[in-house]
Design a protein around this ligand. Sequence first.
Ligand code: SAM
Ligand code: SF4
Length: 473
Amino acid sequence: MNVKYLYINTIGCQMNVYDSEQMAGHLALLGYQQTAFPEAADLIIVNTCTIREKAEQKAYSFLGRLARLKRKKKSLIIGIGGCVAQQDGKQILKRLPFVDIVFGTRAIHRLPDWIRQIEKKRCQIVDVELTEEVRADEPIIGWQGETQSSRFVTIMRGCDNYCAYCVVPFVRGREISRPPESIIKEIRSLVSHGVREVTLLGQNVNSYGKKEGLCSFAELLARIDGIEDLLRIRFTTSHPKDLDADLIGSYRHLKKLCRHIHLPVQSGSNQVLKQMNRKYSRELYLDKVSKLRDTSSNIAITSDIIVGFPGETDADFDATLNLVKQVQYDGLFAFKYSDRPNAPAVHYPDKVSESRKNERLQILLAMQDAITRKKNQALVGSIQEVLTDGLSKKEISSKLADGRQPLQATGRTFTNKIVNFYLDAQVESSGDIGTGNLLDVRIEKAFAHSLWGKPVLAQPTAKRVKGVDSYAA
Ligand code: SAM
Ligand code: SF4
């Protein structure tokens, strides 16, 4: 088979990262190898996101730049997949006539057939059917790309929640869960290739399997916890309205479940939450946060917040600030509200001005930055178990005491905090480095978004529960 080159530009969330890996896996069967250079590619795919207007603009701007490449290389195949493809369908061919294929979020497994056809007949294809079958959508199981300690695994697709601001149900379709056996088979395959941590993906993992009568999400976690040589499990996202006692309880008894939850609140105002169709109140949310902390005292909690939702008043925004102060998140993703096609909030009155949205975003981010710094600072002096994610590619100017160039590695704590550290000769020779190893690191410095530490080899006498609790040095 002739080697052909594939370049994928992935824009957007973890689900798109997973989908791009799937595309690469399917296309490898047609002889396509990935390249990091669009100029070298025979096939370019842009996997797009439309969650906010900016992401959509990014996709169109990248695609626009490809016209020049296509003029130079007539045989080049250009494809657009993901949420913008699903949303705009055949309109894209009017806007960008040099595009060969537009394929939606549920058409990934059909991609090889379409590409084969284009290679043979040079035709244009649009496939944006939102199929509901999950079996046909089974992932390609096999190894693609270099070894990574951590990988994403999509356990369900689509969403049935219809939050008023959100385009996801329209571009990713109705919610469908994969059977547990299929998920476990995929994770076992990843583990056999050196993966030590998986992040399970779904728009609302709490409703996993409910429609199909499969096992519950908590049961799925328990089954995955039993997979040998897998060290850590993460998941995202959990909708606060459906976070139940079983899942909260999993943080007590599952050894591999990382003590971190991403629990998007979106707003601290009951009025805004109602308008957003989130189906929980501020009080219910805070109650779930305290139950989580009662179950696992050191659990890290992160969130998403939208500022400037239509009708959001100064008092509503103050309620959000107040909630952030109360919860003391470990991290926060804050977004300015953006009108999306089909999402009901597009038609809501009392739109908040761009300048006010900017102002609110800055105030919120400054508040969260101070909280994160304080939380990170509190970890200085502790020893954290870090899952190594390989050597940092960063050029390092400083030298070690023995004059050698230090190697900088990176990893994450059990609570999902990024830790960077130099590897000294002792650690290097111990073999506890590289990708997918657990290493004890003493935290020496705290920054806004990461920690800096030094690996420790000798175990201190202090008692420690593996992974779960850090201990003072
Ligand atoms: N399913 C997840 C949940 O319910 O939290 C959210 C998935 S969405 C890809 C990620 C985040 O994007 C949301 O939590 C929300 O904060 C943000 N988002 C979604 N639509 C938005 C919009 N129209 N404008 C601004 N932010 C938006
Ligand atoms: Fe969008 Fe709401 Fe579904 Fe999350 S739960 S994907 S915010 S509709």
